[in-house]
Design a protein around this ligand. Structure first.
Ligand code: ZN
Ligand code: ZN
Length: 309
């Protein structure tokens, strides 16, 4: 599992920083979080391809998070038979995309399935054979969603000595049991996977939460995540700005990450006022609260290793 940060900026795309957007790559599929202006350019730079895009999750209907959607759809329609796409987002996301499609009349060669959050929406926004995606409303100046992508738990470790003791010959039967399938021995005995596997191992979890103040929902969303991409728009000295605009300072974000038990936090949606030479100061302010916090960098890859317990 790998995350690639397509952009780390907030508000407007700058020559030196693209807008915040996160691609998570897993088992040949791409799950993309947010698409502000120029998202398709960032995706091209990252060389991740567009066909594998399975889910596009939009946090909220501010331009810096959704104006790149039509460009991405048009780019995807250039690929023969790209397959269906799921778009997750706040109330209004379907109307936003459908009306742009109607007015611009662009070509689409794939079906889009929309899932819009509403008050009755369950915590689970999406799931497939590889992952599930949870969503929760955050605390911004307009309705904004945070997301958590979870790899399904992996089967427990295979115990060869247990298999041998039960008389399972090594070979294809071991493979079947490791995949979670039950096998029948020559004498007719049924062996189930739980007889030879340890307890299931937790999957890897990634949180994406931008444009928000700290909140209970935010803590829950990033609880014990392996990797969390969090709003870290301002230096602590601009706390008032952060509060007025519904954002976090790097200090706020690092505190949330630390308290929520996040392993590694990447702070994004960086204000255009900061240039490369300011990153050191931002990083230091974040690391003061939480050693595992760092500032996001455009096009950086963040691999997530397997969890063993
Ligand atoms: Zn924003
Ligand atoms: Zn916003």
């Amino acid at each position: 599992m790998e995350c690639v940060l397509l952009g780390s900026g907030g508000m407007m795309p700058m020559p030196y920083r693209s807008l915040t957007s996160l691609a998570t790559r897993y088992q040949g599929h791409l799950y993309l979080f947010d698409a502000g202006e120029g998202a398709q350019v960032s995706l091209k730079k990252a060389k991740l391809g567009i066909k594998p895009l399975r889910v596009l999750a939009i946090s909220h209907l501010h331009g810096d998070h959704c104006l790149g959607v039509p460009g991405l759809l048009m780019m995807r329609a250039q690929v023969p038979e790209p397959g269906h796409l799921t778009i997750l987002g706040p109330p209004g996301i379907k109307r936003f995309v459908s009306q742009l499609h109607e007015i611009l009349g662009f070509f689409l060669n794939f079906p889009i399935h929309f899932a819009e959050w509403d008050e009755t929406a369950p915590e689970l926004a999406y799931q497939d054979e590889s992952v599930r995606i949870l969503w929760a409303p955050l605390k911004h100046t307009t309705f904004c969603l945070g997301y958590r992508l979870e790899e399904h738990p992996r089967p427990g470790k295979f115990k060869p000595e247990a298999a041998r003791a039960l008389g399972v010959p090594s070979g294809p039967m071991w493979g079947s049991l490791q995949k979670g399938e039950q096998v029948t021995l020559e004498d007719g005995a049924l062996i189930s996977p739980d007889q030879v596997l340890g307890s299931p191992r937790p999957g890897r979890h990634v949180c994406y939460a931008v444009d928000t103040r700290p909140s209970k929902a935010l803590y829950r969303l990033c609880k014990n995540a392996d990797l969390a991409f969090l709003d870290g728009m301002f230096l602590p000295e601009h706390q008032a700005d952060a509060e007025a605009k519904g954002h976090m300072t790097v200090d706020d974000a690092a505190r949330v990450a630390s308290r929520a038990g996040v392993r590694r936090a990447v702070l994004v949606h960086i204000s255009p006022r900061y240039r490369d030479e300011d990153m050191e100061e931002l990083t230091a302010a974040a690391a003061k609260r939480f050693q595992g916090a760092e500032m996001g960098r455009d096009l950086q890859s963040y691999p997530i290793g397997l969890r063993e317990e």
